[in-house]
Design a protein around this ligand. Structure first.
Ligand code: C2E
Ligand code: CA
Ligand code: CA
Ligand code: CA
Length: 280
């Protein structure tokens, strides 16, 4: 038993070393990822549950590392936040997304909104509104076609500055959503005091719909009715089954996003979800 314990300790440790070695390499290579064109953006459709139309897409970052292959954003975004590279990434993502959206509009497709994820550091940067406006100006994209996703943890502890920024963005016509809604520790009514347009219910609640008959279902239907009472729209994340969709439809959830419709795909593939402007 002693021997086993020793081995286990060794294995655990070398595993840790590989992970920290990998993080070391990744952190180092992050800086050059943009210029080496290793980053790309994929788009996942958000579908209007009632009409089946796609009016929004979420932009998600991908990193194809020359040695490690595809690295998950869940893995490298935290590293980019630690190193500060997230700021350069953020500008690159926002600009790429706005250029892409403008290009689709100019190609004659019915306009859609594209949602971009902002980490706390990005959202709390000095003159955030000014730099977003600059990118909108450069790319000539209308502000109503951009949505910014922030999480509850970004809001917490920064209520005053966040409210001010949200109000400014709103005034400029930019849309805002709260991502991963329900996963933090704040009360729903507290969170809903912030001036946002949309609430995205976290995937963990959606995947529980079929499992337990009570908790997640009650929570989801409460979020939807609270949000609607405040004129906010609700998106369900991570919708994978017809059963989940049926439940969401029954409780009048506005939009659904998930593998049931499509995984995130490259821009060229996403065009399959766009329709000509005239037929809208
Ligand atoms: P998120 O913002 O909550 O994004 C949703 C994640 O769920 C995405 O993972 C997406 O691929 C995945 N997903 C979508 N539908 C389904 C489904 O039906 N089932 C399952 N199991 N998963 C689904 P992804 O692309 O790996 O991104 C992970 C996280 O990394 C994102 O979570 C977001 O927090 C962060 N992230 C991604 N791109 C960016 C970015 O450009 N900027 C920032 N700041 N964060 C980003
Ligand atoms: Ca998101
Ligand atoms: Ca989310
Ligand atoms: Ca998430």
């Amino acid at each position: 038993a002693k021997e086993q314990g020793k081995n286990r300790y060794k294995v655990f440790h070398s595993g840790m070393n590989i992970q920290s070695y990998k993080n070391f390499i990744l952190r180092n290579d992050l800086r050059k990822a943009i210029e080496r064109e290793e980053l790309s953006i994929v788009y996942q459709p958000r579908v209007d549950i009632e009409t089946g139309k796609v009016r929004n897409a979420e932009a998600l970052l991908r990193w194809n590392h020359p040695n490690w292959g595809p690295v998950s954003p869940a893995e490298f975004i935290p590293l980019a936040e630690e190193s500060g590279d997230i700021m350069a990434f953020g500008d690159w993502i926002l600009k790429s997304v706005c250029l892409q959206n403008k290009a689709w509009q100019q190609a004659g497709y019915a306009p859609i909104q594209i949602s971009v994820n902002f980490s706390a550091q990005q959202f709390l940067q000095k003159d955030l509104v000014g730099s977003i406006q600059q990118i909108l100006k450069e790319t000539e994209l209308g502000p109503e076609w951009l949505e910014i996703e922030i999480t509850e943890s970004t809001i917490l502890g920064n209520e005053e500055i966040i409210t001010r920024t949200l109000n400014q963005l709103r005034k400029w016509g930019i849309r805002i959503s709260i991502d991963d809604f329900g996963t933090g520790y704040s009360s729903l009514s507290y969170l809903m005091r912030f001036p946002v347009h949309t609430i995205k219910i976290d995937r963990s609640f959606i995947s529980d719909i079929s499992k337990d008959a009570s908790h997640s279902q009650t929570l989801i239907s409460s979020i939807i009715s609270l949000a609607h009472g405040l004129h906010m729209s609700v998106v369900a994340e991570g919708v994978e089954t017809e059963e989940q969709l049926d439940f969401l439809k029954k409780y009048q959830c506005d939009e659904a996003q998930g593998y049931l419709y499509s995984p995130p795909v490259p821009a060229a593939e996403f065009e399959a979800f766009l329709v000509p402007a005239l037929s809208k």
